[in-house]
Design a protein around this ligand. Structure first.
Ligand code: CAO
Length: 435
């Protein structure tokens, strides 16, 4: 067994570089190519690998030292029998080209040659994991890549990156791709299931086409809907209300109103029913603010209105303080202004909960998209006469389908089912609105 000196190899034009990390200590058994120290100039970071295997006798450098080619790093008691790594095995001490990809502002991780020659740094890299790295967070990455990740605020263990280097090793460009995907809203890579770019198809090559630019309202709605659909884990709870009596009452009210009077629609009753349900289940009348749920003590309800320019959501304020006739009037007035494109921004702000009623058009159920930052939305489909079993016989009843979508981060399935069932019960017997 002989003691050998391991020195800083040729490092290009760099005469005076800083030691930022010493990765071994006396007594360590190290393998050939295992990183010994990390050096950093103003342009690059590199790991210096060992040119032999054995046991560290003395460490001759410490963090903060300034070194150059030939500076002594360690004294090593060489073990002739220690296995060499299977990856790239330089015949002679291999300099790591620091300046291969110089950047001025951001430190550059060791380029490919350094990555390739550092495949045995896995264990030492884990030991050298920065504070905050969970114990046992076995991320295969060199110290320089770890430092790069740390500087960008990426927690390698939590980010769960799939490394593209040998043996799943995380390389600098994996960290960059992660940051890029996160910044662009694409989120972290997910084993090949990440979002693909939008397909580019030459439709004209298949037949005649006509480009039709999206109107402004549709463009705004599209961006909001896409965000809400992508960011909110939706669940849609479907239920139905027996509105036979309610419909009879509504028809009677409209008869009383007479020609030219307020036309009472189902929507006005549904608004009142929703307020009762929101009072009973306050978490639905809320918004997420980080990790806090902001409960609202007011009841401003939006309703989706179909307009020639696209979907808009005017908001009816203080629904709890208004009667059905007032609500019917206000909905009609807001809907008319929406269709005429005359809603002001204030008309569409401050909503707590939204109703999307497609009942006048048709359908039996659908999955409305939560209107962020609200946490739930009610979809209403077309009421129809259907046979209902009353315990002894089938009776014709008017059944209204309800589709309640909610943000599952805030609302559990049981609460969703209870809210929908409560709302159905209230609409089935509107006397309950008085309770
Ligand atoms: N079941 C059966 N009939 C229904 C119904 C229901 N759930 N809801 C409404 N109707 C009936 C009404 O009673 C009315 O019939 P009459 O003329 O015989 O009285 C007819 O359908 C039309 O109603 P309406 O649409 O004029 O009135 P409304 O209060 O129900 O709805 C509004 C107002 C603005 C919500 C509606 O016009 C609208 O724009 N709906 C579309 C909402 C939408 O696009 N949602 C999707 C959003 S996501 O893309």
């Amino acid at each position: 067994m002989s003691t050998i000196e391991i020195r800083v190899p040729a490092i290009g034009d760099f005469k005076d570089v800083g030691v930022v990390e010493v990765l071994v200590k006396p007594g360590d058994a190290i393998a050939h190519d295992q990183s010994l120290v990390t050096l950093e100039s103003d342009k690059a970071t590199m790991d210096v690998p060992s040119t032999a295997s054995g046991t560290v006798r003395e460490v001759k450098m410490k963090a903060g030292d300034r070194v150059k080619e030939g500076s002594l790093i360690i004294l090593l008691e060489e073990s002739a029998s220690a296995p060499r790594p299977s990856a790239v095995q330089p015949a002679a001490p291999q300099p790591v080209a620091m300046a291969a990809t110089p950047t001025v502002s951001a430190p550059t991780a060791a380029p490919v040659s350094a990555e390739a020659t550092a495949t045995t740094t896995v264990s030492s890299a884990v030991q050298a994991a920065p504070a905050g790295m969970p114990a046992g967070g076995l991320v295969h990455a060199s110290p320089s890549v770890r430092r790069f990740a740390r500087e960008l605020g990426v927690d390698l263990a939590a980010a769960n990156l799939s490394g593209s280097g040998p043996h799943g090793r995380v390389l600098q460009h994996d960290v960059q791709a992660h940051v890029k995907a996160t910044l662009s809203g694409g989120g972290p890579r997910s084993g090949g299931l990440e979002l693909l770019p939008w397909p580019k198809v030459d439709f004209a090559s298949f037949g005649p086409i006509e480009p039709k630019p999206l109107p402004r309202i549709r463009r705004i709605a599209a961006a909001n809907l896409a965000r809400n659909w992508a960011m909110i884990p939706h669940v849609t709870q479907v239920d139905e209300a027996d509105i036979t009596e309610l419909e009879a009452f509504r028809v009677q009210l409209n008869e009383e109103q007479g020609e030219g009077g307020t036309r009472v629609t189902l929507l006005a009753f549904i608004l009142k029913g929703c307020v009762a349900a929101l009072r009973r289940f306050p978490d639905f009348n809320a918004s997420l603010d980080g990790e806090t749920l902001v409960l609202k003590r007011y009841f401003h309800l939006g309703f989706a209105a179909d307009t020639p320019g696209g979907l808009v959501v005017p908001v009816v304020r203080d629904v709890d303080r208004k009667g059905v006739l007032d609500l019917a009037r206000e909905v009609a007035e807001l809907a008319a202004r929406a269709r005429a494109g005359k809603l002001s921004p204030a008309d569409m702000q401050g909503g707590c909960f939204t109703i999307s009623s497609l009942g006048g058009i048709g359908g039996t159920a659908f999955t409305p998209i939560v209107n962020a930052p609200e946490v739930a939305i009610l979809g209403v489909s077309r009421a129809a006469m259907r046979p209902q079993w009353d315990g002894t016989q089938f009776r014709p009843r008017r059944i209204l389908p309800l589709s309640l979508s909610y943000d599952h981060r805030v609302i559990d399935g049981a609460a969703g089912a209870r809210f929908a069932a409560f709302l159905a019960a209230v609409l089935s017997d509107v006397r309950r609105l008085l309770l």
